[in-house]
Design a protein around this ligand. Structure first.
Ligand code: BGC
Length: 349
């Protein structure tokens, strides 16, 4: 040890840094070990009322931090509790395995999650790049597992009001049966790294209520919230949308809350409620909404009734594209709430 000189400044820095690193990794480890598995029903209450931030995390060359911070303030101000952060991880990986996520993507996601948490919001990291898996489920299976492995590693020490939304709306070639197969694999990957995280998982067929009966979840894992999406009647909610073929012919469809119209929604929700009771799982209505081409009165009536029914059964909920005019309740150009829609989902006391 004759060369050991503690007055060497480089050595001191290295020593302090390594003590710090090993202490903080011990702390992380101890913190992890002393954690307990949260109860999904309580976690669902924390999620409560909320909204989808929209497809902001696919491409983010135009990352407007000021605007996003202001909008998160507004979201908090009107009393919402949860945000579903819609991400596009597959657009930000290296082509070849192990499909390393770009640091730019992860930093962007960190920022959004941190901003949400600093405002006391519950945050779901939603893998919203569903079309990639729906087009070629087996071809993209490895990338699906690898991106979740990396995200679970990144967020494993985050507080328990960050949840993982495993995959938005499986559809197409990713049939409800195949989804169960991929889900079992990705579940193992996530749980090996992060056994405490609340997972948000929906059925196949676009997270449709009718596909709940095919969904297979690990029976003894009670830290799972089940997600459903609702846009019925589709021709009413999607009238005039560029991505629904023939939807111009649906323009002018109204929803006035007639007995039959309401009963259709009640019946659909009853299927979800029966399933949830049978399987003892909490439900999250992760997306719902009416496109801006429908008339305002109908949009407000439909939104109000859907939220009323969801809350009657203690579903948490998240409106699609909260801060956009398309389906949401905010006009970012005018910088103002669309009052009839806001009042519909958050009725003034
Ligand atoms: C899709 C959006 C679409 C919405 C309603 C979402 O899951 O990502 O692109 O606007 O559903 O159709």
């Amino acid at each position: 040890m004759k060369n050991f000189k503690l007055n060497n400044p480089y050595l001191i820095v290295i020593l302090i840094t390594s003590v710090f690193i090993s202490l903080s990794s011990c702390n992380n480890k101890t913190a992890r070990e002393s954690r307990s598995v949260p109860d999904a029903f309580k976690q669902n209450e924390r999620l409560g009322r909320g909204g989808n931030l929209g497809n902001i995390l696919y491409e983010f060359e135009t990352w407007d931090k000021e605007r996003e911070m202001k909008e998160l303030d507004l979201i908090r101000e009107i009393g919402l509790q949860g945000v579903r952060i819609n991400t596009g991880p597959f657009s930000h990986v290296t082509d070849k395995p192990p499909h390393t996520l770009s640091e730019a993507f992860l930093e962007r996601l960190d920022w959004t999650v941190d901003q949400a948490l600093s405002r006391g919001l519950t945050a779901i990291i939603d893998n919203h790049e569903y079309h990639v898996l729906s087009d070629d489920p087996m071809g993209n299976h490895g990338m699906f597992l690898s991106t979740w492995r990396q995200m679970a590693e990144r967020y494993q020490d985050y507080p328990d009001n960050v949840y993982y939304g495993v995959l938005n709306e499986p559809n197409g070639h990713l049939t409800p049966y195949l989804w169960n197969y991929l889900l079992a694999d990705v579940y193992k990957v996530i749980r090996e790294i992060d056994p405490y995280r609340t997972l948000v998982i929906g059925p196949g067929d676009w997270n449709g209520i009718d596909a709940l009966e095919f969904l297979e979840l690990p029976e003894d894992d009670r830290n799972i919230i089940v997600e459903i999406h609702y846009y019925s009647p589709h021709r009413f909610t999607h009238q005039g949308t560029s991505w629904s073929e023939g939807s111009d012919e649906w323009l002018g469809m109204t929803w006035r809350g007639t007995t039959e119209e309401k009963q259709a929604i009640i019946d659909d929700f009853q299927i979800a409620v029966d399933w949830a009771e049978k399987h003892d799982r909490p439900l999250f209505l992760g997306e719902f909404g009416v496109y801006e081409k429908a008339d305002m009165e109908s949009r407000a009536a439909w939104l109000g009734f859907v939220v009323e029914q969801a809350e009657k059964y203690h579903f948490s909920w998240s409106i699609w594209e909260l801060m956009y005019t398309s389906f949401g309740i905010y006009d970012p150009v005018q910088k103002s709430w669309i009052e009839p829609l806001k009042d519909a989902i958050l009725p003034p006391e």
